[in-house]
Design a protein around this ligand. Structure first.
Ligand code: ZN
Length: 148
């Protein structure tokens, strides 16, 4: 168990030092800004959605290791996913980081690296900031708005 925990911390640290998909997405047709005042984390999430599928996504932001790693892991996990699957994944992810005890979530893949957050309730908002921002971005009208 301790080994597993170390591995997870390594994944988080790796994604913090070398965030994946951390850039402005020029072809984005959805985007939103998110802010977590509890910690000072800021993130902008960019999405390119076509026919209900996330063809590409990225983020830019400044924040703590948890918020940065979570955003990085989220962009890796969601590329190519259907919008319908995103809701399901976020529900599972949210349950994992707010659970009162550790529940294995192999269905979450690498996102499981953030399971340890459930022991630190004050950090839950760091871990979910990118996801809430993603949902806000998905609710935005596509840019430019489609008229047909
Ligand atoms: Zn934070």
């Amino acid at each position: 168990m301790n080994d597993l925990r170390e591995l997870y911390q390594e994944v988080i640290f790796d994604h913090y030092r070398k965030p994946r998909n951390c850039h402005v997405l020029d072809c984005a047709n959805h985007q939103a800004d998110g802010y977590n005042p509890l910690c000072g984390d800021q993130v902008t999430v960019y999405l390119k959605v076509e026919n209900g599928v996330i063809e590409d996504l990225s983020f830019k932001g400044t924040g703590c290791a948890i918020s940065t790693a979570s955003a990085s892991l989220m962009t890796e996990a969601l590329k190519g996913k259907k919008i319908a699957e995103v809701e399901h994944l976020f529900n599972d992810f949210h349950q994992m980081v707010t659970a009162s005890e550790s529940v294995p979530r192999p269905d979450l893949g690498k996102l499981e690296a953030l399971a340890g957050v459930h022991e630190f309730p004050a950090r839950v908002k760091c871990a979910t900031l990118a996801w809430h921002t993603l949902q806000a971005a998905l609710k935005n009208q596509a840019i430019p708005a489609k008229t047909e």
